[in-house]
Design a protein around this ligand. Structure first.
Ligand code: NCD
Length: 337
């Protein structure tokens, strides 16, 4: 795909070579994300960061990624504090905001809304999550993390064995991740969810059509016993009719250190897009896993900055100029791990 000036709305846009390109650029962003060097390559550029649904890491990491490239960030958070609450259309909002920004990241509760917004925008739009539909930048950072975790075991993504666990019906991160995995070879996917929260049929079909093995299960311990990656997700309670309905699924697939030790292979990597539901009746990933070196959740969040920097650099066509506009960092920068 040609990234320059384009929108990033769906993983359907990507071929395998595009993903490799994004990952290669993400790798090159490390000195800046780690604060070894500073670049001003996007000096003067403005990111419109429009988050009309709750967000911590996606919003802040898109903003930080843009700042790390030297650009400025303008934000709106929440429909109720924007003119959408006054009945303004996505079309008008897009025409207005694209006059103020050089690129826009947007999250919105309705599937398809970000694409509708992008159609009216005069600048590139990146989908930060549209309802239960897609979350392409999260899928990219998840796959980037998978690649790094497996590389540490001298393996590649082809041949991956992964279990996806939890709310697979409404979880947009797993929808997009399955789409990316469909581009690779010989993937074994085990989908663990309550029957009512199963992965949409078209996504399962897409994996099967691509020649991958898909197993559907309602039981955690068997499913996690022969995988490289256990990818847990939160019950997406904001998409349910009632809180009681969402509550009835909470805590079904709890993973803690004792279960991990008993059932997982020693190198199984634990992932989650976050936020994890840490309430006592949920505990998707118990805090007793925090000392487990295979818990990759905070490596995922760190990687998110690299991948989002890469998307900005590609879309705004500055990949080859990043280093030219850089210098060593001037402040204390021992970030630790
Ligand atoms: C996810 C999302 O918003 O879809 N969060 C994120 O962006 N990392 C997952 C979730 O909210 O459960």
């Amino acid at each position: 795909m040609n990234f320059v000036g384009g929108h990033i709305l769906s993983i359907d846009q990507f071929e395998r070579g595009d993903i490799e390109r994004i990952f290669q650029v993400a790798d090159a962003m490390k000195p800046y994300a780690l604060r070894h060097r500073v670049t001003r390559v996007l000096e003067g550029a403005i990111l419109g960061n429009m988050f009309f649904e709750p967000s911590t890491r996606t919003r802040v990491s898109f903003g930080s990624a843009f700042n790390l490239l030297g650009g400025n960030v303008r934000e709106t958070t929440g429909i109720q504090v924007s003119a959408l609450a006054k009945g303004e259309s996505l079309y008008d909002t897009a025409r207005v905001l694209s006059g103020y920004s050089d690129v826009i990241c947007m999250r919105h509760p309705e599937s398809g809304s970000v694409a509708e917004f992008a159609a009216a925008s005069r600048v590139p739009v990146i989908n930060g999550g549209d309802g239960s539909n897609e979350h392409p930048s999260q899928a990219l950072l998840d796959l980037y993390t998978i690649e790094k975790e497996l590389a540490a075991q001298n393996r590649g993504i082809d041949g991956l064995r992964i279990a996806m666990i939890g709310d697979l019906k409404y979880g947009r991160t797993v929808h997009s991740l399955c789409g990316l995995l469909a581009l690779y070879n010989n993937i074994h996917v085990t989908l663990v969810s309550p029957v009512e929260l199963a992965m949409p049929e078209e996504i399962v079909e897409r994996l099967r059509q691509a020649g991958h093995q898909v197993v559907i299960s309602q039981e955690l311990t068997n499913a996690i016993s022969h995988v490289d990656i256990a990818y847990s997700t939160r019950i997406q309670e904001e998409r349910f009719q009632s809180k009681q309905e969402a509550d009835s699924y909470r805590g079904r697939f709890r993973l803690n250190q004792a279960i991990y030790t008993q059932f997982c292979e020693p190198n199984t990597v634990i992932m989650h897009p976050l936020p994890r539901d840490s309430r006592a009746d949920a505990n998707e990933l118990d805090s007793d896993l925090n000392q487990n070196p295979n818990l990759a959740i905070f490596r995922q969040t760190d990687n998110g900055v690299l991948v989002r920097m890469a998307l900005f650099a590609l879309v705004l066509d500055v990949v080859d100029q990043v280093d030219k506009h850089s210098h060593p960092v001037t402040w204390h920068h021992n970030r630790g791990v």
